[in-house]
Design a protein around this ligand. Structure first.
Ligand code: GLU
Length: 275
């Protein structure tokens, strides 16, 4: 299926927005982007889609709130920064969604939340209740309390775990790139966009995986990890550039470039059958 067909056939969608999409070049949060994005979400909800957002940006928001912390690399400062920034981030999301007449809720999660039976059940129930009541949950990693052991570390993997836990129909990762390229498009003009990925192992052999980008923690490697996690559970994943104007509408009308990782139905069948 193309990215457009995949997007249009999904009802329950987890959308991850990376720090690079949320932050402007000067490092401040792009409120105008958030407002337009909230309007697009409202339009999708009015068409019957159910949405959960995974939003990065706590650290970026913290940096633009508290002057002079940019060089404080100490873990206590980073965690304190996330606590400051998370409030700012959610304040901005709440204002943006209020204009679109949608309520939002915050869920801050760590890796151990996904490994504990009771917690996963509670998270799942909370997600279902919020979404059923037309509230959009906005999830981030609980950076202020996570220690190395319990740290997912990037929201690409967190959004994949969220999509699996909620039994989503689709995960959309919005980043600052149009999708997976055969090489780094910023340095190699001959790099080609890979539109459909049916086999992630083959893909890994055929592309160059670079390192992380300016604000986010992930890079391509964690996006591919996220795709491995969801596709194994029968959930496709779309990687697209969230910074493009009306990215969600253009995914729906087929004019937005993207890479779709198709769901691995065989793996899902074996997982269900225990074979
Ligand atoms: N949780 C981090 C934050 O909100 C971002 C992690 C990521 O960029 O993947 O700042």
């Amino acid at each position: 299926m193309t990215p457009q067909e995949t997007f249009n056939s999904a009802r329950k969608i987890v959308i991850k927005i990376g720090s690079n999409t949320l932050a402007k070049k000067d490092g401040t949060i792009n409120v105008e982007f958030m407002e337009k994005f909230a309007q697009e979400c409202a339009s999708l909800v009015s068409k019957g889609k159910q949405l959960i957002l995974v939003s990065s940006g706590a650290q970026v928001a913290g940096l633009s709130t508290i002057e002079g912390w940019a060089h404080k690399g100490d873990i206590h400062y980073r965690q304190a920064l996330a606590a400051i920034g998370q409030v700012e981030l959610m304040h901005k999301w709440r204002c943006a969604f209020k204009k679109a007449q949608i309520h939002v809720a915050q869920l801050l999660l760590t890796k151990d939340d996904f490994e504990d039976k009771h917690r996963t059940l509670n998270i799942r129930n909370t997600m279902f209740t919020l979404v059923d009541e037309n509230v959009i949950p906005i999830i981030n990693e609980n950076d202020s309390i996570a220690t190395d052991e319990f740290f997912i570390g990037d929201n690409d993997n967190l959004s994949a775990l969220t999509a699996n836990l909620w039994s989503a129909d689709l995960l959309v990762l919005f980043s600052d790139i149009d999708g997976i390229y055969t090489d780094n498009p910023k340095t190699n003009p001959d790099a080609k966009l890979v539109e459909v990925v049916d086999n992630i192992d083959e893909l890994k052999k055929s592309i160059k995986i670079g390192s992380t980008n300016a604000f986010g923690t992930g890079g391509i490697a964690t996006k591919i990890e996220a795709a491995e996690k969801t596709t194994k559970c029968g959930i496709p994943m779309i990687l697209a550039n969230g910074g493009k104007d009306k990215a969600l509408s253009h995914l729906a009308d087929g004019t937005q470039k993207a890479t779709v990782f198709t769901a691995d139905d065989k793996a899902l069948f074996h997982a269900i059958m225990g074979s």
